[in-house]
Structures are given as C-alpha cells and as structure tokens.
Write a protein that binds this ligand. Structure first.
Ligand SMILES: [Ca+2]
Ligand SMILES: [Ca+2]
Length: 183
C-alpha cells in the first residue's frame, strides 16, 4: 500500500518531504484526488511529528458549519511498528458544534476502539473559510512515541441523508503515510 501511495504521489508531483534526509523526515505532505464529490473529500494531507505535538492537517473540498453535511474525519495513528495496526484513533465531526475524541485502539475496526485517552492534550480546529481541519495531539497523549505514521479518512452525508460511497481515504483504504521521525 505504501508503494501505491508513493507512486500516486510521484505521478502527481505532489510528494514533499521536508528534511535533510528522507529517512529522518519529520514532515510529510501529499495531495489527494477528488474522490467522493462531497464537501468532506480530502484534497491534501500534511503530518508533522514535532518536538511537542503530532499535527495532522487536512484540506477538504468544502467544509461547512451545517450539521446536515455530516462531515467527519478519522485519523488513525500508528506509534508502534511492532504491534500491527494503529494504536490510537482520533474521531471528529467537522461541522459546527460536534465533538472529537482521541481513543486507544488495537486496529482499524470500530470494534477494537477502546477507552478515551486520559493523559495529554489534543485539539481540533476547523477553518471553514479555508476548508482546513487541524488536529494537534500532544506527545504525551500518544504515549511519547518516537516514530509515527497516520492513516486518514473522511466521510459525509448527502442532502437526502444517505452516506453510501462518501468515504474518502487518503491514498488506498487503510494505507499509512511513511514513518515520520520525531522532529
Ligand atoms: Ca480525496
Ligand atoms: Ca502499530
């Protein structure tokens, strides 16, 4: 899956790795195509594994405050390469007034999502005019990992209330970004 992701990025000339050497990159960014024709559709992702926080920024087609959009985002965070799948899941609505939660998990499946994280801080900020959602998770909230990688998906609801086919993963379904070293 990572091969597919990289190939797609190179073909779109969209891959950016910002660091002295790719093996030690702390910032990753990639563009994503129009997939669902819903406002929640992700068009770009950037991830920073910084000194204090892990920041995941997504640019969407059109984020609106109206709850009818049903726009939502899920960020899976892999912090341990020896334990298959993500260790954390950040779940958020992207319309006004919704909540967000960072939970421990033992994989992608909703049935494996566990308790809310109690240590550390995390916050979501949505900028509707710029169609940008930014998730900032403190290192403590993620168990002080060195390397991280993420898999991100968004979803929405049509005006008739249906949502089938409106799930948009960045890259392939359940595909992660490359591992990012701590900045
Ligand atoms: Ca997309
Ligand atoms: Ca893992």
């Amino acid at each position: 899956m990572r091969t597919t992701l990289a190939a797609a990025a190179l073909s779109a000339a969209a891959l950016t790795l910002v660091s002295a050497g790719a093996a030690h990159a702390e910032l990753y960014g990639i563009d994503d195509p129009e997939d669902t024709f819903h406002g929640s559709d992700i068009r770009a992702l950037s991830v920073r594994n910084g000194q204090e926080n892990v920041t995941v920024t997504t640019v969407h087609d059109n984020l609106v405050r109206r709850a009818a959009s049903g726009s939502a985002e899920t960020v899976f965070v892999d912090t341990d390469r020896h334990d298959r799948g993500p260790e954390f899941v950040f779940v958020a609505g992207l319309y006004e007034g919704t909540d967000y939660l960072l939970r421990a998990t033992d994989g992608f499946d909703r049935s494996s999502w566990g308790e809310p994280v109690e240590n550390g801080d995390y916050v979501l900020r949505v900028r509707y005019r710029k169609d940008v959602a930014r998730v900032v998770m403190s290192r403590a909230a993620l168990g002080n990992p060195d390397e991280v990688r993420v898999a991100v998906r968004a979803s929405g609801t049509r005006t008739d209330g249906t949502s089938h086919g409106l799930l948009d993963w960045v890259g392939e379904r359940r595909s992660f970004t490359p591992w990012l070293s701590r900045g």
